[in-house]
Design a protein around this ligand. Structure first.
Ligand code: GLN
Length: 549
């Protein structure tokens, strides 16, 4: 039987509940326990797949094709495990299940209510992964902040589960904020007291309080929080701001969070934490030997959460290369033929981001052209790859009208076209080509070298595809389809033959990069950018030397 840890949040949102949950999971995993994390989100959307990135950041896609909250990305990156549809549940999904059951007559004669019907469905889903027999511990992060109307049924479900389960099988960790008032030069515990009181009013009493703070909590302050919140002083955990999210597990280890949890859950005989790989990664991350600048060309760059997995993949790949990767955000909407050189010339590599719709695509195409012509390392992901195909068609093959039917439905040169099975799709939610699909890689190509494999599997989230009608022309002119789906022939990877590093992928490699398994496409791209940067310096020195002579 699995044991359950619930992580709630108080005072404000954005305290990093996902990171605390993932850090605790990492520590328990490092002691030899099998751990997974799930997230329960209080909004009514069935999943975040239909949400604009401005609303909710990136949509993370799992192996089984679930469109999920970006916190699942953190879970996978920290734990090096796969999550699934079952790991992310929304209020919308809960209600949909209950309403469908009602229509099927399963509650015949009964009034369907929040308690017990909605809470029963929440509880069923909270226990689902634990019932699989695959895990010792299931951590459940409750989205939202305690006191929100919409998260009430989730808190009530936790209350009932706590009542139903043996004491040692279930616990609650509450994350709060201890703000520092600079005028008073004091840390304040009142918001924490209030949020614990709010949670208690809803019937749930936390076993551990994790306090986010900008300054260290003195023992006295910890005791004060403990007394007023009715937990033992060692159950008040300081969570100081960290320089990187990857430091947080070590900070939690120092504070003894895992030990308190193991005690409460009466788990004995656990191993000492083995964090050698994790520490090795941090060592490399914290002491880089070189630095590069990568341009991230996208249209949501104001909101960093929109490209979360890409940014984290660069952190992993940078560490492998002991290289600090500085991301320079370039808004695709404002790139023109006139300013492109100015905007991009200082960079060592270019990543054209995924995206939907026509806003900013011409800027992306212009950026691809710059990278291709200047032999700057280029990496296109999903829409980024499609833009590379269009750029090549227009500027190398001379097909001025080349476009994607997503941007111009009636283009007479649809080099990117809607996938056949997408043509009949009317509904928007969960209808893209989603999740893991195989890809065969041609021997001797750059992709083959990068992956060191001829058969791979990667995750997808798209509706449009490379139009195979034009494939032969592209290949002849030097844009090679180095990866294809073996079942459908769909082009998955394109690369340029006469360029040191130019690769576009229809899938999303960023969804599979983890601390312990950095993605080879990112690792090799950083390597190529490093080389490019070194070359630039060398060229400059040679030029200077010539001038001096
Ligand atoms: N809009 C493109 C498509 O649906 C690309 C999607 C993406 O970048 N994720 O095919």
């Amino acid at each position: 039987m699995a044991k359950f840890i619930f992580v709630t949040g108080g005072v404000t949102s954005s305290l990093g509940k996902g990171i605390i949950a993932a850090s605790l999971a990492k520590l328990l995993q490092s002691r030899g326990l099998k751990v997974t994390i799930q997230k329960f989100d209080p909004y009514i959307n069935i999943d975040p797949g239909t949400l604009n990135p401005y609303e909710h950041g990136e949509c993370f896609v799992t192996e089984d094709g679930a469109e999920t909250d970006l916190d699942l990305g953190h879970y996978e990156r920290f734990l090096n495990i796969h999550t699934s549809q079952a790991n992310n549940v929304t209020t919308g999904r809960i209600y949909q299940t209950v309403i469908n059951k009602e229509r099927d007559g399963e509650y015949l004669g009964k009034t369907v209510q929040v308690i017990p019907h909605i809470t029963d469905e929440i509880k069923r889903r909270m226990l689902l992964l634990g019932d699989s027999g695959m895990y010792d511990i299931v951590i459940t992060e409750l989205g939202g902040t305690v006191g929100d109307i919409e998260s009430l049924p989730f808190v009530e479900a936790v209350r009932q589960l706590q009542w139903e389960m043996p004491e040692e099988d279930c616990m609650v960790v509450h994350l709060t904020l201890v703000p520092y008032l600079s005028a008073a030069k004091e840390l304040k515990t009142k918001p924490t007291q209030h949020s614990v009181r709010l949670l208690s009013q809803e019937g749930v009493h936390p076993n551990v309080i994790v306090a986010r703070t900008e300054h260290p909590l003195s023992d006295e302050l910890k005791r004060k929080i403990a007394l007023f919140c009715n937990v033992k002083p060692n159950a008040v955990i300081e969570a100081m701001d960290a320089s990187t999210i990857y430091e947080v597990p070590l900070k939690m280890l120092q504070e003894g969070l895992d030990v308190i949890v193991l005690k409460k859950l009466q788990i004995n005989g656990y191993a000492a934490p083995d964090l050698a790989k994790w520490r090795g990664f941090l060592e490399k991350l914290n002491y880089p030997k070189s630095k590069i600048k990568i341009g991230l060309i996208g249209k949501y760059i104001e909101l960093q959460d929109a490209y979360k997995s890409i940014l984290e993949s660069f952190v992993h790949a940078g560490a492998v290369n002991q290289c600090k990767v500085q991301i320079v955000n370039v808004h695709s909407e404002f790139i023109t033929n006139e300013n492109v050189a100015d905007k991009l010339k200082e960079l060592d590599g270019l990543l054209v981001a995924p995206g939907f719709g026509s806003r900013g695509v011409e800027g992306k195409i212009t950026a691809v052209k710059y990278a291709r012509e200047n032999k700057m390392p280029f990496f296109g992901i999903c829409l980024g790859m499609q833009m590379a195909v269009i750029e090549f068609a227009r500027n190398v093959l001379g097909w001025e009208e080349a476009n994607s039917t997503e941007m111009k439905a009636d283009t007479n040169c649809p080099v990117i076209a809607l996938m056949e099975e997408q043509k009949k799709v009317k509904k928007k939610g969960g209808t893209m080509r989603l999740g893991a699909f195989e890809c065969d890689i041609k021997k001797g190509t750059l992709a083959n070298k990068i992956y060191n494999a001829t058969s791979i599997s990667e995750r997808h989230r798209h509706r449009w595809e490379f139009n195979n009608k034009y494939l032969a022309d592209f290949e002849k002119a030097g844009l090679l389809p180095s990866g294809k789906n073996p079942q459908t022939g769909l082009v998955e990877i394109v690369e340029l033959s006469n360029h040191p590093y130019f690769i576009g992928v229809q899938f999303h490699p960023e969804l599979k990069s983890t601390v312990e398994n950095p993605h080879p496409l990112f690792v090799n791209f950083v390597q190529a950018a490093k080389l490019y940067a070194e070359q630039k310096v060398q060229n400059k020195t040679e030029k200077l030397e010539k001038e001096t002579i």
